[in-house]
Design a protein around this ligand. Structure first.
Ligand SMILES: *Cc1c(COP(=O)(O)O)cnc(C)c1O
Length: 366
């Protein structure tokens, strides 16, 4: 499946003939919300067995023609990524670790039997979209331009095998602060459903995983909680992650634990970045297994002082309360913890260009 683009895949640009007017855009950027407003342009690149990656275009954002027999509509051959462009303190525009998203995108592509996209092409597509739509990057605390690269199987064919035609697309959506006033602690529900089984697609960022998480998430909301946490599918004992965020546990002896990447957990780039930042803060960070029973016991005894979830969209979110079939327990004071706040500030400062980028995580767009 690994098919490299012909050397020198060139992008062409067909600028939007009637972009959104400046006043409407200003109004949107004043209160962008999340995922409901979109910029003027998109990037598309096609793949076929015969031609590999071809026809890279930056064009007006518009509906895509799709045959009703397109494989994605039937067998869900779809993968995606999520990352953000930030307006930095000095006015520069920066992406955070886009190469890591490119690498993970190809990991997902391999799992879903889809063609790999050269990492440089993935990053260039994003850079070009951010450049042409840079007027859409909101400014202010927690604001960013959310980028959504994805790939779908477009071949019209109902047989069950990997498709022979694909489309890679990047769209962009201005995003406000996920939580308007800081990060309140969320309450989470321990689901009886599972998200990913050993040997399944849990480590791939594919739409199918999300489709399967909607009922458990809706159940959590119906029960009065904010989010759902999934346990492992084999023993229904080990904590894995939320529907779209990884988890961290902080203990009173200065250690930090995050569930190890067993193949059923999505390897978050925020998770990986915090792993490095926490070690630099002098914390002992372990990747390992942690059971629901242990979590409850440690929270009750006070050994566990904080729990937080992390991901690109909401960055770092404290977990205050956990409820399952056997009842509830509260973590620490039930509110945002100190370490959670400290790690979040460290990460956000790097993303915003307010702290030195000693890891080579920032890619500026000139
Ligand atoms: C994207 C995602 C995450 C978080 O990954 P980041 O790279 O930190 O945004 C966590 N869990 C799931 C299931 C995801 O899809």
């Amino acid at each position: 499946m690994a098919t490299l683009a012909p050397a020198g895949l060139t992008f062409s640009t067909v600028a939007h003939p009637g972009p959104v007017d400046a006043q409407t855009r200003t109004d949107v950027l004043a209160n962008p919300g999340f995922g409901t407003n979109f910029t003027d342009h998109m990037v598309t690149i096609d793949w076929s067995e015969a031609d590999g990656w071809h026809d890279a275009v930056i064009t007006a954002r518009q509906p895509i023609p799709l045959d009703p027999a397109a494989a994605v509509l039937h067998y869900a051959q779809e993968i995606f990524e999520g990352l953000k462009a930030y307006k930095q303190a000095d006015g520069a525009i920066a992406l955070f670790r886009p190469e890591a998203n490119a690498r993970r995108f190809n990991d997902s592509a391999r799992r879903l039997a889809m063609p790999e996209l050269p990492e440089a092409v993935f990053v260039e597509a994003i850079e070009r979209l951010v450049q042409i739509d840079q007027a859409w990057i909101p400014e202010g605390d927690g604001a960013s331009l959310y980028l959504r690269p994805f790939m779908i199987a477009t071949e019209a064919f109902l047989g069950v095998r990997p498709a022979k035609q694909y489309k890679f697309i990047v769209i962009a959506s201005p995003a406000g602060n996920y939580f308007k006033s800081g990060s309140p602690a969320v309450s989470i529900w321990v689901s009886d459903y599972t998200r990913a089984a050993p040997g399944g697609t849990g480590a791939a960022k594919c739409g199918g995983n999300y489709a399967a998480s909607l009922v458990p998430q809706a159940e959590a909301i119906a029960r009065g909680h904010d989010q759902v946490v999934f346990l492992d599918a084999a023993e229904h004992k080990w904590i894995e992650e939320l529907g779209g965020m990884n988890l961290y546990f902080a203990f009173d002896d200065g250690t930090l634990l995050t569930p190890e990447l067993t193949g059923t957990i999505l390897p978050g780039i925020t998770r990986d970045s915090l792993l490095q930042l926490a070690r630099e803060e002098g914390l002992t960070v372990r990747e390992g297994r942690y059971s629901l029973d242990q979590w409850r016991d440690d929270a009750t005894s006070g050994k566990l002082v904080e729990t937080f979830a992390c991901g690109t969209a909401a960055v770092v979110t404290p977990v205050g309360k956990v409820t399952g079939r056997d009842g509830s327990f509260t973590i620490g004071s039930g509110g945002p913890g100190q370490l959670t706040g400290k790690l979040k500030n460290r990460l956000v400062a790097i993303q915003r260009g307010e702290a030195p980028d000693t890891h080579g995580w920032i890619r500026k767009i000139g």
